[in-house]
Design a protein around this ligand. Structure first.
Ligand SMILES: Cc1ncc(COP(=O)(O)O)c(C=O)c1O
Length: 404
């Protein structure tokens, strides 16, 4: 056949429906990037990671030449068990209860694949990590949201929602919560609410997906309340999801899930990726065996300074036009702009002028929160924070969104 004479392919006959949205991961670089959720290039432990990588190649080359085991390197799982015990009060878990994943995003995906079918009910925060907004909406589940106050998700509202669902004959599959601290609002769920949540999970018989993504970014609290998983009954009810993205880098893609054996085995069955990047897992293990507590403390000193710089810049440039609670941890300011300032519509014009942030509706399963913006302070340098927030105010003035 002559080249170019073949019939075009009709893809419609091949698709699985419905079509999933493409994750809007950022590829462009912006001068002032307040959109991401990464520790910045200025805090990357490059020399120590290079040293760890060198040692891993020398010490573990016999392991790296093979396909990796499904559950990940034992050396890393041992470090994780130690971290969960010391930092999160999770005493019961051994390495058999740890499944290493491709970032915590894979942990969330596996937990969903294992439990959720279209029509199921999932409960979560009113405003929640934009990655789960996309995957929850695409799952065909009914998403019920619960509002918060300054201490995170309100248990009275949750109880009301659960009773209402029960009346309608609906059973909840799981509740997804980011308690320590929340993304985007930075609240930390106190111990009594964690205990109440466990009681409700038992009463209404649902699982809890505890996403502990930002637990190492504790800025102004002496002690983070223990993980929900560490409470009585947590061992069976909770799927605990965590990551090294926030203390090392999300480019490294190393996270994990801890759950009871029956749950973990199901999840591992969906993990058809022939194993995670074993090399990165070992580098993380080696590096953190030597540096974990120093690293977290050092990083948080810098985060605190960046957070305070951003709070000051917002005050200086926006005054009463923006309200923001001081987050006790995490990487974000959840900024509420005066009603009528549509931060969602302003996302693109801001990006065109070099300032990136995420508008509120990205964090809502029903697309509410137009006058909110999530501003990340961990990635930009202190100078970029000061200049970028001033630039954002210029953009809003140029666009006519603010007059003063
Ligand atoms: C709450 C939360 N969970 C999970 C993730 C996914 O992170 P990773 O897959 O890098 O561990 C993020 C990323 O920002 C997040 O904010």
């Amino acid at each position: 056949m002559a080249k170019g004479a073949r019939k075009p392919v009709n893809y419609e006959s091949f698709w699985v429906v419905p079509q999933l949205p493409v994750p809007a991961w950022q590829t462009e670089r912006h001068t002032y990037d307040f959109g991401g959720a990464n520790p910045g290039p200025d805090v990357m432990p490059s020399a120590d990671l290079a040293e760890a990588a060198k040692q891993v190649i020398v010490e573990e080359h016999n392991e790296i030449v093979r396909y990796p085991p499904t559950y990940g390197p034992d050396r890393l799982r041992e470090l994780i068990v130690h971290k969960m015990k010391v930092h999160r009060g999770i005493e019961w878990a051994g390495i058999d209860e740890v499944l290493v994943t491709n970032g915590s995003a894979q942990g969330i995906a596996l937990a969903m694949q294992t439990t959720v079918v279209p029509g199921d009910v999932i409960i979560t925060h009113r405003y929640v990590y934009q990655g789960v907004v996309r995957s929850f909406n695409a799952s065909g589940a009914e998403i019920v949201t619960v509002d918060r106050d300054e201490d995170g998700m309100r248990m009275d509202l949750l109880e009301e929602a659960l009773a209402g669902l029960k009346k309608q004959g609906k059973k909840v599959k799981f509740l997804y919560i980011i308690p320590s601290p929340q993304n985007p609002d930075g609240t930390i769920l106190p111990l009594d609410r964690r205990e109440k949540l466990m009681d409700l999970a038992e009463e209404y018989d649902f699982l809890i997906m505890e996403d502990d993504c930002y637990v190492d970014q504790t800025l102004d609290v002496d002690q983070m309340p223990p993980a929900i998983m560490s409470l009585d009954g947590g061992e069976e009810r909770v799927i605990y999801i965590a990551t090294f993205s926030k203390i090392i880098s999300p480019g490294v893609r190393v996270g994990w899930v801890t759950a009871s054996k029956p749950l973990l085995e199901r999840m591992a069955g969906y993990k058809q990726d022939v194993g995670n990047d074993y090399f990165s897992g070992l580098i993380v293990a080696k590096y953190l065996e030597d540096h974990m507590d120093d690293r977290i403390e050092w990083l948080n000193d810098r985060m605190r300074h960046k957070r305070d710089t951003m709070l000051a810049a917002l005050g200086e440039n926006f005054g009463p036009l923006v309200q923001v609670r001081v987050p006790k941890g995490g990487m974000f300011l959840w900024a509420q702009f005066r009603d009528g300032i549509n931060m969602s519509e302003l996302e693109v014009p801001s990006m065109e002028r070099g300032v990136r942030y995420l508008g509120g509706p990205q964090f809502s399963v029903i697309g509410e929160g137009k006058n909110y913006a999530r501003l990340n302070y961990s990635f930009p340098s202190v100078e970029e924070i000061t200049n970028g927030i001033a630039k954002l105010a210029d953009v809003l003035r140029e666009e006519g969104a603010i007059k003063e």
